[in-house]
Each structure stands twice: as C-alpha cells, then as structure tokens.
Design a protein around this ligand. Sequence first.
Ligand code: F6P
Length: 364
Amino acid sequence: MEQKKRRFAVLTGGGDCPGLNAVIRAVVKTFLQNDCEVYGVLNGFNGLINDNLKLMDYAAVSGILPRGGTILGTTNRDNPFHFAVEENGELVYKDMREKVIENLRKYDIEALVVIGGDGSLNIGAELARECDIKVVGVPKTIDNDLPCTERTFGFDTAMAMATEALDRLHTTAESHHRVMVLEVMGRYAGWIALHSGIAGGADIILLPELPYDIDRVCEAVERRAKKGSNFSILAVAEGAINTEEARMKRKDWMAKRAEAGLGTTATNRIAQAVQKKTGMETRVCIPGHMQRGGSPSAYDRVLATQFGSYAAQLVEVERYGVTVAMVNRRVTENRLADIAGKTRNVPENCELLSVARRMGVCLG
Ligand code: F6P
C-alpha cells in the first residue's frame, strides 16, 4: 500500500517584500524533494479562514525566483483572532480560529510555514500558543527591523533602490544648487535610511531612533554651502521625529502634524523649514512603495532561498514554534515567541552611526 505523504502549507502575510517568491520556491522545492506535499495558502491568513488553498507543484514555482511580490497574494488586514465580517451592513470582528483549525484538518495539513513581518509572526505565535497549530516562521520586511536576526530579505533590494534614488538626486541637486530631501521607508527603524544614506553619500541622515533638531539640520546645510558645496542631500526615514515630538505622546504629535497639513511624515515640514531658514531651494522626493516592488537583488534571492529551505527542513524534523534567523552570518532559528511583535531598532552603538559621525554626516 502506498504510504500517505506528509502535508504542509505555506503562506505570506503582511506587506509584500522582494524575495517572498524566492522563499516560497525554496520551501516548496525542499518539501517536494523530500516527497512531501505542500499547499500554498492564498492571501495570507484570509486563505486559511476562507478555505483558499492550492496544491503546489514544481510548475507552480517555476520562474518565480526573480519575481517581486508574492504569487500567493498577501494582506495586512486579516487576523483570524479578530476578523472583520460584514453583518447587516455593519462590520463586526469575529474570532475565526475554529475555521483555521477546521481547514487545516480538512487538508490534513501537519504544519504551517508563515512568511511574515512582526504582525504575521505574532499571529503565527498566537496560533501555535492558542490553537496548538504547528508553525515555523520566516522573518520578512524591507525595514530589517525584526529582532533576533541580523538581516531580513528584501532589505538589500530596498536599500539599493533608495541608494539609486540618492544617486539620481545628487546630480540634479548639484546642477540646481538645491537641497533634496529623500523620504525612505522605515516607520519605526532607520535601517534603510542609514544604509542607503551611507551608500548614497547623503549629507544628512535622519532616523526615528535619533530625534532631529531642525536648527542643526539647517546649520549642516549652511556649513556645506559655506565650504562651496552649494547643494545638500537628506535621507530621511518616514518615521523620523524631531526633538520636540520625542518628548510628546505619539498620538499627540500625530494630531499636531495632521493639523499642520504637511502630511503624516516629517519630510515636507523638514523641506519647508530648510528652504525658509537657509534660503536654498528645496525639493522632496518620496519613492514610497517602489522600494518594496520589483525584482529582489542577488543577495536577497540567496538569503530568501536559504531561509525558505531551512524553514522547510525545520518543519520536516518537527522543530516547531521557531522562526528562521541569520545570526553571525549563519542561518539558524529562534523561538517564535522571542521575535513576534517586537522591533529591532538601530542601536546607539551601531558601527555605521560612528562611521557617519566621523565623516561629518549630520544625524540631526
Ligand atoms: O513594514 C514595511 C513597510 O514597507 C514600511 O516601511 C512602511 O511604512 C509600511 O510597510 C507601509 O505599509 P502599507 O503598504 O500598508 O502602506
């Protein structure tokens, strides 16, 4: 009698990120190589609630390595423990954990690979804790701000994109003797701003971790102009805040920003203040989701492939409740509970911060 194959599933949750397809491919190929079956869950946890799964074969993952996005689809809304359902024209939130358990049973799925950021890994940890579902996580975010791993895939690609933007801004800034303010992604952590700022030779780098003083920023621009560099480049993380905001509650400074009408990030306000105080023409550039789209870099493809195949291996040996990680440049694992819902900020002793300071880069 033919032995029943072991069955697993893989899903992508939260915001997309270059390299997701490379992880999916590595997970699927590793399982198939070991004679297991693997289902792709469509649209993150939504697919587990609404029974939207598809059996993956080699053809399903053929040619996806260089593709951006995720062939499985994703969403950053659908939490099985707090799932929005329309009832009598109104949105109500329901606990759908039983649906998730039912669907996993229906397909006879032994364990789940969750590829996601803090939110999705948190849900994965909760499914493991509350519903005894076997989960292995793969950390994903262009922001590179998940704890217990030195790198997340997608970061290298986003950083390269932001660096290219800085390179392009340099030539136009120099020609017009302007100040260019580039806003890069990073709500809570400034890894993209710091790395692309260094790679792209930004004169001023502003991170959420180091609240800036607008006078110091303007002084830096003026200092450069006095030395004959009649242009300046700022790399600003979208989560950058000033010293006054740092003393306030988040909701209060957000309300203040909304009132001022210059957008939810500090970028436009910084540009306006620099132009006013230095008299130099200033322009803003926000590449936004372009940083998240497109083909992953070679580095991200390798990292994503390492993470994916390692995750599948962990599942097969039943090492559950963990996430894959890169520690001391080696792929390893951490407890899911240790990373879920936490952020890894740029630490004060970060070597790149010292490099920037030594070179006279203004950090606000
Ligand atoms: O966490 C990744 C990220 O790209 C952040 O850098 C950014 O603030 C956020 O997602 C944007 O999310 P959304 O696509 O939901 O607007």
